[in-house]
Design a binder for this molecule. Structure first.
Ligand code: HEC
Ligand code: HEC
Ligand code: HEC
Ligand code: HEC
Length: 165
């Protein structure tokens, strides 16, 4: 049972590692680009909330050689495993960036697409669920502290209050 679970976790890990390479046209653009439209306080200042969260510091917590170890980087930096083109603006140092949870943004970032949820999702926007979090929040992490979706989501919440949810 346990071995079954562990191999499942391993397989999931491999899929995560392989995904960016196969998503050819969808490039990672980095948090600074999302910030241009998602940092207004009345709409929930998502960038500032993320920047203050542990995810934005996930690369900085790696010390010395850990910061070059792909085994650590796969969960601690969105950009680390990518082959970046010259035009890509995401950085390794921004840690677990927006696009680890919301999907690579190059195809959905334009305002006309972003305003239409269905179009945005078709262009790669992800609204993350528990399963997505558990790609990193699992026993493969040497510092795993357990994961409760509800309490952990509340800690990183960045909802848009103007939507009245
Ligand atoms: C050019 C402006 C612009 C950029 C750049 C942009 N967005 Fe958006 N985004 C919008 C607008 C406008 C909406 C629709 C209104 C809203 O939900 O805030 C939206 C909606 C969203 C939603 C909510 C979808 C919903 O309806 O609940 C998410 C999630 C999102 N954006 C994530 C991102 C991420 C991640 C990035 C960077 C990779 C990004 N956006 C870049 C303008 C932008
Ligand atoms: C499977 C994903 C994953 C891998 C692989 C991983 N980490 Fe983490 N790491 C996390 C998560 C998630 C947390 C947050 C702790 C928690 O809430 O469980 C974390 C937290 C940390 C912390 C913060 C200190 C703490 O106790 O919270 C450090 C330091 C750290 N990891 C170092 C490493 C190093 C070094 C490696 C490689 C040897 C590594 N991690 C590999 C996911 C991972
Ligand atoms: C790409 C990997 C990754 C994904 C996906 C991810 N996390 Fe994390 N998360 C981390 C790492 C790494 C840390 C530790 C960062 C640090 O200590 O600076 C962390 C830390 C956290 C913390 C702080 C934990 C503490 O000990 O205070 C919370 C809360 C959290 N994540 C919630 C979530 C939620 C909710 C989701 C899904 C919506 C999620 N995470 C998805 C990698 C990830
Ligand atoms: C650790 C995962 C994670 C990261 C990193 C993350 N988000 Fe989110 N985001 C979520 C979750 C979970 C939701 C809520 C989804 C839902 O309501 O179904 C969300 C919701 C949103 C929404 C919709 C808010 C609303 O109420 O309409 C926007 C916009 C958004 N995120 C933008 C961003 C931007 C911009 C960044 C980076 C600066 C970012 N997110 C980083 C997990 C994440």
């Amino acid at each position: 049972m346990l071995t079954k679970f562990l191999s499942l976790v391993l397989v999931c890990g491999l899929i995560v590692a392989v995904a960016p390479a196969s998503a050819q046209q969808k490039e990672y653009i980095g948090a600074a680009k999302c910030k241009m439209c998602h940092n207004k306080p009345p709409q929930g200042e998502q960038y500032n909330k993320w920047a203050a969260s542990p995810h934005a510091k996930a690369f900085q917590v790696l010390k010395g050689d850990e910061a070059k170890n792909p085994k650590c980087l796969k969960c601690h930096s969105t950009a680390a495993g990518l082959v970046l083109s010259d035009t890509q603006t995401i950085t390794v140092a921004e840690g677990v960036s927006c696009e680890s949870c919301h999907g690579a943004g190059s195809a959905y970032k334009t305002p006309t697409i972003m305003k239409d949820m269905a179009k945005a999702m078709a262009a790669g926007l992800i609204m993350p669920d528990e399963k997505l979090c558990k790609k990193c929040h699992n026993a493969d992490s040497p510092n795993f502290k357990g994961f409760d979706f509800k309490t952990y989501s509340a800690k990183i919440a960045h909802k848009n209050p103007s939507k009245g949810q």
